[in-house]
Design a protein around this ligand. Structure first.
Ligand code: COA
Length: 147
């Protein structure tokens, strides 16, 4: 199930974050700020176990104009389609002209993931991460010509 982020998710999100971005994890203050900025599009994917306790499997934060600010899935739950499920939600935002994200040049797993989702490399920002370049990857929705 996908639902909006709530404050009780913070511990789990911070754990996923440190596993996923060991070089530059967002801290608690950053997540609180992102929740303030994107209350409707900071989403978590959760599983509810038999005693109704929720497990946070991953999260996505995106802007309404299609910028993927971050996406990360718990290490033990990768390659199960959860990233696809979350990214598809962002790609379904109405009136989008494009969806884009920055990815570390060394992050081949994320590049393969976005490529599978139909994204293409649209540019490079040199030293975006200080000592590493960012690839700008982008997806454009198919528009239907009414004529
Ligand atoms: C990138 C990430 C979000 C993908 O999430 P996920 O839930 O594992 O992805 P999915 O299961 O939906 O994968 C869909 C497809 O993408 C491709 N893919 C995903 N991860 C991949 C990897 N590490 N290597 C190669 N291909 C990969 C595969 O084609 C996969 O399909 P398959 O499993 O049937 O082969 C996840 O690996 C992650 O959290 N990484 C760390 C954080 C990160 O790098 N975020 C993106 C930064 S911009």
């Amino acid at each position: 199930m996908i639902r909006p982020f709530s404050f009780s998710d913070l511990d789990a999100i911070l754990q996923i974050e440190s596993q996923s971005f060991p070089k530059s994890p967002y801290d608690l203050a950053t997540f609180l700020n992102l929740h303030y900025l994107y209350p409707e599009t900071f989403l978590v994917c959760v599983d509810t176990n038999h005693d109704l306790k929720e497990e946070i499997l991953g999260y996505i934060i995106f802007s309404q104009d299609g910028h993927i600010i971050s996406i990360a899935i718990h290490l033990q739950h990768r390659r199960k389609g959860i990233g696809t499920h979350l990214l598809r939600r962002a790609m379904k935002t109405p009136h989008l002209k494009k969806v884009w994200a920055e990815v570390r040049r060394s992050n081949l797993g994320a590049q393969a993931f976005y490529s599978k989702m139909g994204f293409q490399i649209a540019g490079v920002v040199l030293n975006y991460y200080g000592n590493e370049d960012a690839l700008i990857i982008q997806w454009t929705p198919v528009t239907h010509n009414p004529y």
